[in-house]
Design a protein. Structure first.
Length: 599
């Protein structure tokens, strides 16, 4: 692995073509394969840009979803390999991609040090040999894909006939990746889907070849050790190996926020560190047994990596995570939204992000999935949502239907952000004749939902001038809270240099340590949950919230011990950390988990 960081998936469209921009430099990134309409349009866009023939795969065609995904991934694979081949043919001259490749590497990289020696080496036959040795060590960054496992809508043909389990959204997306030419990984996120996990068995690329190698690998995005182990065991018993656990902060991340039950990132990483070998050994036994039952004997000892993402903001934090928790890599997502050459953020939203402050980022209820969603207050999709309410037409037209899951009023699932659902739900609300305050609260909860299917793709259409007539220009964007501390538009060199400590983009910024930031996000989340539960408070909810609080207090104890052990490191200011932990304890002490008497 050339770089020890990756760029995680960023919404539906923000990283949809990021591999075409960074893979040739050895940087791995992740593409969402949820929206096959976006994927097909991007394939057409690049065919035109590259002067290549393009044959459309119509939505109505059988198996169109997986075929569109396969075609797009194959196009990226071919193009990235072409870029890489061209890069390796270049001479080492200032301004070339091959020089940029080496200059982006961290200073401690042996490859980088070899490059610097080469550049000062005298001309001659030995320098040519040296050059060829350097070029042989270059590696491509991976083109990985992300599937939200539980976003798995059933699909029907024009005669309203169910097209089968293998054509649900998540399974068709997996097939699209599995049948592609890529030698990379699928990241399975947002919880376990047994049907999807079982479907993986149908594809040979996920099993060892005659050399014991895996062409397609599995990565689980997880937020705690227990669920990671359960999912990995389920897969291992089928002869499927988890090549990496990608641990993500429950709340200090972008996109959907899957809050843990009060488990903080530090203690979670500690548990993985302590139990990593035990887990590997148990999974390996199950894996080998399952492969033998399938008649596969060419088994090599597999690799199982650990990485972490969510809220990392400085090179010191990055280095600390890698060394202290013995991790293989880190993920840097939201900051790359401010790097135009890497991601797809339209000009207006880009400038708004650069000018933003902490108060612009908040945890919202805008996702139709019913999962807390990191939101940006200045996004134009929220302005559009409010305008529709003012016009007496709340909700969005539902054209893509990826998030249709509600059958409260209809036989077929519809989306809670849709105009159809909100019309029905608001009529029900009006009939309840509630007090004004309660009516307004429920009205806001219903109409807060926004169309993410369109909102998370409109930015890429705007940036690349692909927007069709009458298409919505409203942009939804979902950065993590950490983006508030980055306040400029950056180059790839500047951001990578920041990650590796060559430069410090946050040198003059007042910013909490990322463990403390996450802790405070969890305390705010607990307090908000408590307020929401007050009207229907019962013993079960009280016990649940008390466990959540106790877990946070346990996490604070862990951080006290951890930071006390790290006093020799210049990672933090000891007095400041101690005070912030004390403040957090006091805030939790003031959070009383019991019903409030209404007088």
């Amino acid at each position: 692995m050339i770089h020890k960081f990756h760029i995680p998936v960023l919404g539906l469209g923000y990283s949809i073509d990021t591999p075409l921009k960074v893979a040739k430099y050895g940087i791995s990134s992740v593409v969402s394969i949820v929206d096959d309409e976006l994927i097909e349009r991007m394939r057409a866009y690049y065919a035109q840009k590259q002067g290549k023939p393009y044959v459309a795969i119509k939505k109505e065609a059988p198996n169109s979803r997986s075929q569109r995904i396969t075609a797009y991934l194959n196009m990226m694979d071919e193009e990235v390999n072409k870029q890489f081949a061209e890069l390796k043919q270049q001479e080492f001259e200032p301004g070339t991609d091959i020089c940029r490749y080496f200059e982006l590497l961290p200073e401690e990289s042996q490859l980088k040090q070899g490059y610097e020696l080469f550049m000062d080496y005298p001309e001659g036959e030995r320098k040519t040999i040296f050059k060829n040795l350097l070029k042989k060590q270059l590696q491509l960054g991976a083109i990985d894909v992300n599937i939200m496992a539980k976003v798995d809508k059933a699909n029907f043909n024009q005669n309203d006939e169910y097209t089968g389990d293998e054509n649900t959204d998540a399974l068709a997306a997996l097939r699209g990746f599995a049948e592609s030419s890529l030698n990379s990984s699928v990241i399975l996120s947002a919880g376990m889907n047994p049907r999807l996990y079982s479907y993986i068995e149908n594809f040979a690329d996920f099993f060892p070849d005659i050399n014991g190698q895996l062409k397609k690998k599995l990565i689980l995005k997880v937020s705690d050790f227990r669920s990671a182990f359960i999912q990995a065991k389920f897969l291992a018993k089928k002869g499927l190996w988890v090549s990496e656990f990608r641990i993500e902060s429950g709340l200090n991340c972008g996109g959907h926020a899957f809050a843990t039950e009060g488990f903080l990132l530090g203690p979670i990483l500690e548990e993985f560190k302590q139990k990593r070998q035990m887990m590997f050994e148990e999974l390996y036994q199950l894996y080998v047994l399952a492969l033998q039952e399938k008649g596969i004997s060419h088994i090599q000892l597999p690799v199982q990596k650990l990485s972490v993402q969510g809220g990392i903001g400085t090179a010191k934090e990055n280095e600390f995570l890698l060394k202290h928790y013995q991790l293989d890599a880190t993920g840097w997502g939201s900051p790359f939204l401010l790097v135009p050459e890497v991601t797809n953020v339209d000009e207006q939203t880009l400038q708004q992000l650069a000018d933003s402050t902490e108060s612009d980022f908040y945890l919202s209820g805008s996702s139709p999935l019913g999962v807390p969603f990191n939101n940006f207050k200045q996004s134009s999709i929220d302005m559009q949502r409010l305008e529709r309410i003012q016009k007496g037409r709340p909700g969005s037209p539902c054209t893509k239907k990826y998030l249709c899951s509600n059958t409260e009023f209809t036989k077929d699932p519809i989306c809670t952000a849709s105009r159809a659902y909100q019309h029905l739900k608001l009529n029900e609300l009006k009939a309840m004749a509630l007090p004004v305050k309660e009516y307004e609260e429920r009205f806001e909860q219903i109409t807060e939902k926004a169309c993410l299917c369109e909102g998370l793709t409109s930015s890429v259409y705007l940036k690349n001038k692909m927007l069709k007539p009458k298409e919505s220009k409203a942009v939804a964007i979902c950065p993590g809270p950490n983006l508030a501390y980055f306040s400029k538009i950056y180059s790839l060199e500047a951001m990578v240099g920041h990650i590796y400590g060559k430069t410090d983009l946050l040198a003059s910024v007042k910013r909490p340590h990322f463990f403390i930031k996450e802790l405070n996000l969890y305390i705010a989340y607990l307090q908000a949950e408590l307020q929401m539960q007050l009207k229907e408070f019962n013993e079960k909810k009280q016990n649940q919230l008390q466990r959540f609080k106790n877990q946070l207090l346990s996490g604070i104890d862990y951080y006290k011990y951890l930071f006390n052990q790290l006093t020799s490191q210049a990672l933090f200011v000891k007095d400041k950390i101690e005070q912030e932990l004390l403040n957090a304890e006091n805030a939790l002490a003031a959070t009383i988990i019991k019903p409030v008497e209404i007088k």
